[in-house]
Design a protein around this ligand. Structure first.
Ligand code: DX5
Ligand code: ZN
Length: 229
């Protein structure tokens, strides 16, 4: 089986007790923490910044933190996230005037870098920077909110991105973000994704007071991935 990673998006977690939510979801078998940063400018919503990332590290979170920047401009905030303990930092090409420079800045800060493609954004931006990225993130909803429906046209785009990665001969993760659920994760994996962001599917699935509240949904997602040929 491929080296699949499940990345709960904390956008749908209970922010009033975020540390415990992250502990629980990791304990239930999640691999990385997806951290959505929105600025009410590049996207029409406002969320969390480096202070919250740092707080999770201070709380004791050891798992990789996957920072998805939906902010414009991006460069100023990158060193702050690196300092705060980010593992991956990904950004949207539309939000940077100098994509190559921004990718370099992420790696120079000691983090893994990635580009994020909105549903209607073509993959052309990858062409000259495949050697500078560690992750390609395809949005399967328009960014800004959790709980939206998966856009099925992105399955073809996943196949396209997977072929580009293969042709490059490089180790680049292929992440999908938006509308990932137990009933479609297998199909998404078969199209080529290896890293799965899921927000509402995970955090809305459980009773808030159950200490093992995320076990069954994580198991259901893993069971589906185990069926992938
Ligand atoms: C949307 C965010 C996603 C979001 C996904 O802009 O990038 O990470 O949390 O939420 P679900 O899994 O509910 O579609
Ligand atoms: Zn995201």
């Amino acid at each position: 089986m491929a080296n699949y990673m499940i990345a709960p998006s904390i956008l749908s977690a209970n922010f009033a007790r975020l540390g415990e939510e992250v502990d629980q979801v990791l304990k239930s078998g999640a691999d990385i923490v997806h951290f959505d940063v929105m600025d009410n400018h590049y996207v029409p919503n406002l969320t969390i910044g480096p202070l919250v990332c740092e707080a999770l590290r201070k709380h004791g979170v050891k798992a990789p933190i996957d920072v998805h920047l939906m902010v414009k401009p991006v460069d100023r905030i990158i060193p702050d996230f690196a300092q705060a303990g980010a593992t991956y930092i990904t950004f949207h090409p539309e939000a940077s005037e100098h994509i190559d420079r921004t990718l370099g800045l992420i790696r120079d800060s000691g983090c893994k870098s990635g580009l994020v493609f909105n549903p209607a954004t073509p993959l052309d931006h990858l062409r000259y920077v495949m050697d500078k990225i560690d992750m390609i993130l395809l949005m399967s909803v328009n960014p800004g909110f959790g709980g939206q429906k998966f856009i099925t046209g992105v399955l073809d785009k996943l196949r396209e991105a997977k072929a580009l990665i293969k042709a490059s001969g490089r180790e680049i993760r292929l992440e999908i973000d938006g509308g990932v659920k137990v009933d479609n994760i297998k199909q998404i994996a078969e199209a080529g994704a290896d890293t799965f962001v899921a927000g509402s599917a995970i955090f809305n699935a459980a009773k808030p007071t159950d200490p093992n509240r995320y076990d069954s949904v994580l198991k259901a997602l893993r069971d589906e991935l185990a069926k992938v040929k």
